[in-house]
Structure formats: C-alpha cells, structure tokens
Design a protein around this ligand. Sequence first.
Ligand SMILES: [Fe+2]
Length: 368
Amino acid sequence: MAEPKEAATGTLSELTSYEKWIQGEGIPIHTGFFVEDLRTLALEPWERKGGLGAFINLEGTGQTNDAYVCEIPPGGSLKPQRHLFEELIFVLSGRGATTVWQEGGKKLTFEWQAGSLFSPPLNAWHQHFNGQGDQPARYVAVTTAPTMINLLHNLDFIFNNPFQFRDRFSGEDDYFSGHGVSFPGRVWDTNFVADVTNFKLSTWEARGAGGSNVMFELANNTMAAHISEFPVGTYKKAHRHGPGAHVFIIGGKGYSLLWPEGQEMTRIDWRVGSLFVPPERWFHQHFNAGADPARYLALRWGSRKYRRGEEIARGRDVNTAGKSEISVKLGGDQIEYDDEDPRILQMFNEACAKVGVEVKMVRFFQKK
Ligand SMILES: [Fe+2]
C-alpha cells in the first residue's frame, strides 16, 4: 500500500483559515457576547481598506459569519475592493457615497447617510467615499467571510477572482435607487434602504406585545435582514434559532436575556449603538425598558429567496414564518408568555419601575 501523500501546503493547526486571515490583518479583534457601542469601538489603521477598522467575532456566530467596523477618514475614500463573500453594510455615522461596478462595466454611484443599509453585490468592485471633509464616516458590515474562507482556504481565489455574478448584478442603472418589490410576510426585496431608523414597519402579532417588523432581501444574497420594533412598556416572546443573527440596536433602551435551554440566563443591557448575537439554539428575549419604542436591525442568515437548507436540519431558520413562531409545547421554538419563567415578568416590572415606565404586559397573558 502506498504511503499517505504529504499535504501540498499547510501544516496541522488549531486555528481556522479564517482566524489566520483576520490575525494577519493587523487590526483589533473584538470577541464575547456583546459590543456596547459600535460608534466608539476602538479601531486601528487597516492597510487592506485604506481606513481604520476592527473585526467583531461574537460567540453567537458559530464562525458562520462575522462583522467588522470600518471608518473612512474625513474627506477621504477607501481602496476599491471585491471579494467572494457577501457583505451587508449598515452606516453608523456620517454620510458619503459608494461606487459599484463589474470589471470593465459601467460605474454606478449612490449616496448614503447614517442609518442607510445596502450590500455591494457578491464579488462586484466597490469603493466608499466620505462625503464630509470635517468628520469621519463609520459603517459596520456583516459578511460570510468565515464560511467562504474556511471552505476554500485560498485568499487569492477569495480576493482576486474575476468571476462576475451577473445573476446578482449586471450594472442596472436603478440597482441602488431604493426601489423594491414586496412579497407576502412583510418581505421587501431591495438593494438600498435610505434610513432603517424610520422605515415603515407592519404589525407582527406572532412574536407578541404589539410589535412590528419588516424583512429585507438584499442584492440577491443568501444573507438577509430585518427590522423589528416594540412599544414602550412591553417585551417580546422568547425564541431560538440558528447562529449568526447580528442584532444592532437602532432605537430605544432596554435589555435582552439569552439562555441555553434549562440553564442560567445572561442579561445584556443595550442602547443605540449596541450589538449582540444570540448563540445557536439559545433562547433570547428582548425587553423595552426605556421611554421610547425599541427598534433593532438584524443582519443574518435566512434569505427566503435563496435558502441554505438550515431549516431542514434544525427547524426553520430565523424569522422565516416557521418553527420560531410556534410554541415549544407544539414542537416549535417560541415560548408563549403564559409558559415563561415568572422571574422574567418580575425582572421587567423592576426594570420599568426604575425608569418610571408603566408596564403594559398584563393584557398579553391569558392566565391572570
Ligand atoms: Fe432571534
């Protein structure tokens, strides 16, 4: 029998290919469950981008996706980029413009501001410009880099690949105009949202307590997004799903509880600028403990146009009108108000009393 052939490249390693890549980029890597304020997160010069940056690898991503923050200096621009991973961009501060093109094709330029959401189409060239000379512009992105780099482990293929995904983007003039198509289930298919903080939402009764929501399909991606809002004095029902749902707080003040079934809860107190990712299959529940409606943007897996099949393996993916809206008593992944741990309402009563907010939850319980 022949001797096993020596591997052509590489050696045995404790690190994933993605981890090796981010460690070589020379910028901070933030880990854990939570980032308190992305707007003030420490950044360092990032040669690849030509601006400042930091990676965010939160526990709950399961290294299926990641996030990074990038800042464009006043009056400056970043270097043109293309890459073989999806990227959803949410602008945290400032205003500016982005130019997008396929190699050899027409260049499209559109403007954005704090609150804008868009996605450079997969492997299309894109370049970001700061529109203000006196202050930086900062954005956060969620990407599929960990999955792509770990599977392919060839950075030249990821960052220097001439293939054009014309099924996703072929230079259409109105691609980033903000127009879109609506689908049943509160789904809006678009490539640009001017401001997620005041985008009009629709009622979503299944998740409880007078909440409202919209789902986004962006740039023919496999990742997707949604915005949810819930009123003063209320909280949502607990639910669970797969990894990688990055939750950005864009309005209000409150907290979330995260827990693996049957185990202790972790509490995260959030405000505008905070980010957290509920770990895979952990229950999580969001509480408005402030004087204004609480609103968040989630950037995550779970496109309904291009499914990954995750729902087959472990119940429906996040927010796809499947098991995460059905009671755990019926085999689903949501805990109805009447079935929750009584300490949850007690904690909420205390949190609201502290800030002088009236609790409006009684009407949502069947048992009084
Ligand atoms: Fe969730």
